[in-house]
Design a protein around this ligand. Sequence first.
Ligand SMILES: [Zn+2]
Ligand SMILES: [Zn+2]
Length: 246
Amino acid sequence: MEPLVLVLGLAAAAGDLIGGAIVAAPRRISDRTLGLLMALGAGNLLGVSIIELIPESLAGVGETAPLFILGGYLLIHFFEHVFAPHLHFGEETHGETVVDTHVTSTAIVGLGLHAFMDGVAIGSAFIASPALGVIVFAAIMLHKLPEGFTIASVMKAAGTGRSWALTASAILAVATFIGVIAASGLGTLAPYALAIATGSVLYVGATDLMAEANTAEGILNPLMVFLGIAMFFVVLAVVRVAGIDV
Ligand SMILES: [Zn+2]
Ligand SMILES: [Zn+2]
């Protein structure tokens, strides 16, 4: 396994931990910063999945690729919103809904699977080409902090202590890293994992984060989605100018 993909996996995992630590800390991140990160993340993930990952999946898997992409999309939808009955990105403010331990445990499993697929996306993209791995990592990284924040804030709303909030975000961090490692060892199955992860990444960007960007008052966050797309193209251009094939 290449050292670089391990570094990317560790950095993505650290995002979850930092997000969790922010919730646990007395002085919290502002809602504006969190909303901004989610809107930028939505644009970045939308760009990387449509411009890079869907074509890469079609090239790697062939004509059945759309089935795997749809499967990955529905996988996250099921685990985040059917299996985990109350889960949304951002700060959890519906304390009374979350007090149920069933809600907190299903939220950990739902977001845990999501985090695992974030890792699979980075790892399997890296196998397709290290440059693509870096681009996917950059797009995913933007929502890792809000992701750790989300799970820690669910735990906090349920009335658990700081250490549980941190533990929950640590579980997401570990799941992310395991996803990177698992994908890196897939060999010839890697293109299929990439196709499934493409659907997952599309869901996170175009459904979870996009919805959050659009619940904010005013047009700033919806506008930031375009900046997120622009950021994706900048990263892509930098990688191409550096002469690395994506
Ligand atoms: Zn809620
Ligand atoms: Zn994620």
